[in-house]
Design a protein around this ligand. Structure first.
Ligand code: HEC
Length: 90
């Protein structure tokens, strides 16, 4: 039984190691809002791609992009995404 768990754990670790671009904390609310809102026009950018300050800049810019297309970007959503991106920023 111990061996079985060791193998399963090994496979899981291998999956994590190869998925270098995997999304951090996929089960968190932040990740869910981020994926829901930020994949409508392009694929999601990895949170580690930018610093906190850069994310603030992009969030405002993306808010403008969404306005142009009459898409809603609720303040709550924006703030959850901001917190999520800051947490995993470069
Ligand atoms: C309404 C469509 C739309 C939505 C929704 C959208 N974006 Fe964008 N995004 C764009 C466009 C258009 C560009 C290219 C803008 C430019 O180059 O001036 C872009 C570019 C970017 C870039 C810069 C290019 C890069 O790959 O580094 C980042 C970062 C980004 N978006 C992040 C986000 C995030 C985070 C969200 C969710 C809050 C989001 N986007 C939602 C339209 C959108």
């Amino acid at each position: 039984m111990k061996l079985f768990f060791a193998i399963v754990l090994g496979l899981l670790l291998a999956a994590c190691a190869t998925g270098g671009a995997a999304i951090p904390e996929p089960e968190s609310d932040g990740a869910k809002v981020f994926l829901a809102k930020c994949t409508k026009c392009h694929s999601w950018p990895h949170p580690s791609r930018h610093s906190e300050g850069e994310w603030d800049h992009y969030l405002d810019l993306m808010g403008t992009e969404m306005e142009k297309r009459n898409m809603k970007f609720a303040k709550d959503d924006k703030e959850s995404i901001r917190a999520y991106l800051h947490k995993h920023a470069r």
